[in-house]
Structures are given as C-alpha cells and as structure tokens.
Design a protein around this ligand. Structure first.
Ligand SMILES: Cc1cc2nc3c(=O)[nH]c(=O)nc-3n(C[C@H](O)[C@H](O)[C@H](O)COP(=O)(O)OP(=O)(O)OC[C@H]3O[C@@H](n4cnc5c(N)ncnc54)[C@H](O)[C@@H]3O)c2cc1C
Length: 400
C-alpha cells in the first residue's frame, strides 16, 4: 500500500506585539511625534475639537499648513509629490514592506481635473515599473469621473448626451490606466466608494478584469465586506471569471463609509446596505478571505485590514492549504502611519506586505487626514492599540 505524504507549509511564528520590529524604521523623535498624534485622537472630544478647528482654519485660509505638515501629514503621508515620497518608499522597502502611492487629491469636478488625475496615476505606474518597492498602483474612480454622473447611472436615470460623453471619457481613462498596468506588469487596485455610486464602478472593474486578467490578476476590484451583498458579489465575480476564463483580483476591506451609509439609508427610507453589527461584518470578511485562499488558482487577494484576527486567520488558511507566505497571489495591506505592528511583523515572517502611502499637496490631502482622525476615534480600540504599542516601544528604547 502506498502512503501519501502531505507536506504542510510550516506557518512562520508571528507575534504582532513585537514593537522592536514594528517600529525599527522610526527614530525616537518620530515615535514621540506618533505618541503625540495618537494621544490627541484617542480622546474623542479633543479629536473633534481639533478636527473642527482644522476644518475652520483651512476654510478661513489661516496659516496652519506648516503645523499640519510637520505633524499629522508627516505621520500619515509620503510627501506632497511622488518625488517627495521617495524617502518613505526606501525606508519601508528596507524592511521588505512595499508602497502603494495613493494620490489623495479628492473632489476633482472638471474634465481637466480628471485628466490631471489620470496623468498622475500613469506616472505612478511608470514609477512602480522602475522601482523594486512599489508592487501596485491604485485609483479612486471619483478622481477620474464625475460622482454626480456615477450616481445617476447607479440610480438608473437616463444620462443627457453630454453626460453620456463624459462617462465614456471616464471609461477611457480607466481603460488607459489598466492597459498601462498590464503592459508594465503593475497590478492596479480600484478603490471602493459609497454604495450609491458603486454599481458603475463595479461594472467598469468587471470589464477591466475580463480584459486584462487573462493570465494573472492585473486589475483588482475592492469588496467592502460591511455590505450585506459583498460576499455574493465576490462569488458571482468568481463564477463570471470561470466562465470567461480570466482571473479575479480581490481587495478585501471592511468598508470606510459606514456612518454615512446608514444615515443616508435612514434619511431616504431604504434598508441599510450595511451589516447590522460588527460581528456580521467580521464574519463576512473572514469568509471572503477563506473563499479567496480556497480558490487561489483563480483569485488573487489583498487583505486590506488593520484587524489582527483577520490577518492571523489569513496566515492560518495559507498554511492549511500549503500556500507559501511569499506566494505573490496573496498580499497584506495597511495604511501608512497605522498598524506597523502588523505590517512589519508579517513582512519579517516573509509575507507580501504593502502600505498605502497617500501623497499630494497638504490642503488637498486634508479630507484624507480628517477621515483618519475620525476613524481612529470611532473605530473601537484602534487608537488605544496604536498608543499602547508606541508607548511600549518608547519604554523599551529607554531601557536599552
Ligand atoms: C490597504 C487598505 C485599503 C483600503 N481601501 C478601502 C477602499 O477602497 N474602500 C473603503 O471603503 N475602505 C477602504 N479601506 C478602509 C477599510 O474599509 C476600513 O475602514 C478600515 O481598514 C478599518 O477596518 P479594519 O478591517 O482595518 O479594522 P476593524 O477595526 O476590525 O474594523 C472596523 C470596520 O468594521 C466595520 N464596522 C465597525 N462597526 C460596525 C458595526 N457596528 N456594524 C457593521 N460593521 C461595522 C466598519 O467597516 C469599520 O470600518 C482600506 C483600508 C486599508 C488598510
């Protein structure tokens, strides 16, 4: 009788509490600055007072850009331009953590603005192609297309001829970016946004996946697992890919617009598209991770999360299915300035890790920074975890 020997991929030991690894790339001064920032956002009333003041100061054109630049901006962003972000790219790269340059200029409304954003993303692809440390590029569709038109399409309204022309141009911008990503071998992530504009974004993403993911996943759509329909959408996309003989690129996130989504649903009287509680979102997220690993031959996945349980679970599922940590079909991603304990400990253990590194003029990046401040106060435990780890590392360095 022949015995079948199954060699399991050993799971590397990962300890997310290893602050020496997590913060090796930060100087003492930078850590003290991080301590200050997270101490501020940790108190809801200080945070809301500070964000309220910053919003007012920017509207009133008070000279506070310098202060923002030296504090929150430096902590959460790479710089004001691609060139300025180079230092951060190199510093992360030294510890095998890749960068995704995230051009964070929001609120473009003109065709010229959309063209400018497209040019910037094309430059990012060029930069990624020549760099060892930039494995992906990313865009938000609202940087390339009018949110108002996306909303009209989403609610099945008929477009005027001019709107139809504008949407066609937006589709051409998206195609140009994905085509260049394909030609340069740089995978492209398409961020997910609010449900009331997301259907046409998903449709564009599906078309791009069918066109460019023939041999491997070049285009990744984003699945917000706080949505009650996301798991079904993922399964449906997988079935389509099987039928069409292409690959699915899936960036899994929980979702960033929960409060906004619920408020709008309540105001307009429709059922909220968001899971009723955190446990249901967590289950959907983890089920989606499992599904992707189980179908890795057809699905490449990026786990975009700061949740230690989900990140650990992905490592476990990979080991169970004998997928090596360095398999390039599986990526872990966090935002720059957050959850370094997850990113750097995973990278040290040999997993593929990337950080979203936002960049752009200070004033334009403000909406992004304000969202980080809100997220860190409203997401239970997030800023207190950051604070605890930063303080523990400061103590450890003092004891050396
Ligand atoms: C690399 C990366 C890329 C990202 N890209 C996108 C993107 O394209 N689009 C996007 O929308 N977001 C994006 N995000 C943000 C993401 O969706 C989450 O807001 C953020 O990461 C927090 O979720 P978590 O898994 O890290 O942590 P956790 O702290 O475990 O989860 C917090 C999240 O759980 C959900 N949640 C919390 N309370 C409840 C509740 N009561 N009921 C139901 N659900 C609840 C919310 O989504 C909340 O943000 C991205 C995040 C990362 C790290």
């Amino acid at each position: 009788m022949r015995t079948l020997l199954i060699v399991m991929e050993p799971k590397p030991d990962i300890w997310f509490e290893d602050t020496a690894v997590a913060f090796a790339y930060k100087s003492d001064a930078e850590l003290r600055k991080a301590n200050f920032i997270f101490s501020m956002v940790n108190h809801p009333w200080v945070s809301s007072l500070a964000t309220g003041f910053v919003e007012f100061a920017f509207k009133a054109r008070l000279p506070i850009e310098g202060v923002i630049r030296k504090t929150a901006f430096d902590h959460f962003c790479g710089g004001e331009s691609i060139e300025e972000s180079e230092e951060v790219i190199q510093r992360l790269g030294k510890y095998h953590v890749g960068t995704i340059l995230d051009y964070s200029v929001e609120g473009e409304k003109s065709e010229e603005g959309f063209d400018r954003t497209m040019e910037e993303i094309l430059q990012n692809i060029e930069k990624a192609h020549h760099s060892d440390h930039i494995p992906f590029c990313v865009f938000k569709t609202t940087g390339l297309a009018s949110a108002a038109i996306l909303e009209r399409i989403n609610s099945r309204q008929t477009l005027t001829e001019e709107e139809a022309r504008a949407f066609k141009r937006a589709g051409e911008r998206v195609d140009l970016i994905c085509r260049k990503g394909d030609a340069y071998g740089v995978p492209i992530l398409i961020d997910a946004e609010e449900t009331w504009i997301q259907d046409p974004i998903d449709k564009l993403a599906d078309e791009m996946m069918a066109r460019y993911n023939r041999e491997r996943a070049i285009v990744f759509n984003t699945y917000q697992m706080y949505r009650t329909d996301s798991l079904d959408n993922l399964l449906h996309d997988y079935e389509d890919a099987l039928r069409g003989n292409y690959h699915v690129g899936a960036k899994l996130v929980r979702g960033a617009y929960m409060e906004k989504e619920r408020e709008r649903a309540e105001k307009l009287g429709y059922t909220s598209p968001i899971h009723p509680d955190k446990a249901a979102t967590d289950k959907a997220f983890d089920d989606a991770l499992e599904f992707c690993v189980a179908h890795i031959d057809r699905v490449s996945v990026m786990c975009g999360s700061h949740n230690e349980v989900s990140n650990s679970l992905l490592c476990d599922r990979m080991a169970e299915r004998n997928v090596s940590p360095g398999d390039t079909r599986i990526w872990f991603a966090q935002l720059y300035g957050m959850s370094d304990n997850i990113s750097f400990n995973l990278a040290k253990a040999g997993y593929n890790v990337v950080k979203y590194v936002p960049y752009g003029p200070v004033r334009s990046v403000m909406p992004y920074l304000l969202r980080r401040a809100q997220e860190n106060t409203s997401v239970a435990g997030q800023s207190s975890r950051e604070l605890r780890l930063i303080r523990s590392e400061l103590q450890r360095r003092k004891r050396r």
